[in-house]
Write a protein that binds this ligand. Sequence first.
Ligand code: SF4
Length: 377
Amino acid sequence: MSQDRTTPPGGGRRGLETAEEVAGAVHGLVRDAFTAYTRYHQKKQEQEGKLFGLRMSSLGGCVRECAYRLSGTEPSDSELALDGENRAANVGTWIHEGLLPWMAAVAGNAGYEVKVSLRAGKDTVPGSLDLFVYIDGVLIDLKTGMEYDAHRMQVGGYALACQQDPDRETPRWVVWLQLDRTDRQVREKVVVEEWTEDYALEVLEHVWDIQRHAKAPDEAPRWDAFERPMRGPGLSYVCDGCPWLRRCWGEKAEPGQPGAQAVLAKDDPAVAGMLHRFSVHRSGESEDRGLKEFFRHAATGGGRKPGTYTGPDGTYEFWFGKQGSTPDLDQIRSHYRRWGIPVPMKPTAGKLHVKAIPDGTAGKKPKPRKREGNTDG
Ligand code: SF4
């Protein structure tokens, strides 16, 4: 790609006649740029053999996916790893590329994007740790996405890899640094944990667990390092982008489309069991919407016929009410954006704020408050 930031116009104009067409073209440009970067980045990873093998960055995620990676199982849906705009992930990569060298330079005696390998028996799990401030023994993993404590296994993997390597320092602290980009402040949250033998053992035991499952990856549990379930296409975004999606959930599995969960209920008693769990979660006080949806699709997905099903949990009947339709808001928004038309908005009522006014001060202007420093972080 050219480094010239003021590339002169070339190739003639594209016949954009209206402001709407120009806006539509700019939206398209942003979309195509994200998609092109995803392909570039993923192809590079593929060439370096990083795309489908087990790496430290996968350690805390789905155990079955880790088992597929470690066993070298051929992906059934490799294109899912190479496609899409991946906006959040790509912006995260760019933040890493921009921030880490500066953090290392400011800290002094620090390394960033340090290549390490964790050894466990005959297997090695490679990875690239974000930042190691050697002088204080602080190993930092930077996250720009949502909070997700399974990343603890990843940063522990880096620490263990450093400890195993006689040419590297063993960290004293592991730090999980999350940048929250949801407001203009770009605040940070810092979680610090001491690197201990117990923590190291926890990481090793998890890797041994993956090694055991790699012998029969199709039987490996569909949950993460903290035993939180992966709920399949349409219900877990990890599954929607997983290169083993159809191998795991059956040939009919489609990214973003629930229904393939029906493979979990292979016979009538299993369907009755799923219907039982669905009804428990539907009527429960602390209703987990995600679980309810999961059991709904496991019981009724994949074109399963309505009817009566019996199992150890009792007899359940299911049927579908009259079909209806509802506007597909995501599609509508994407059409509007493609055509460069602003999405119509309607005013909403302002939130009600109430505060007590001390006697005799009604209508008086309050004294300006002293500005407080930002102590966040
Ligand atoms: S499709 Fe989901 S459950 Fe299956 S291996 Fe991939 S991430 Fe795990």
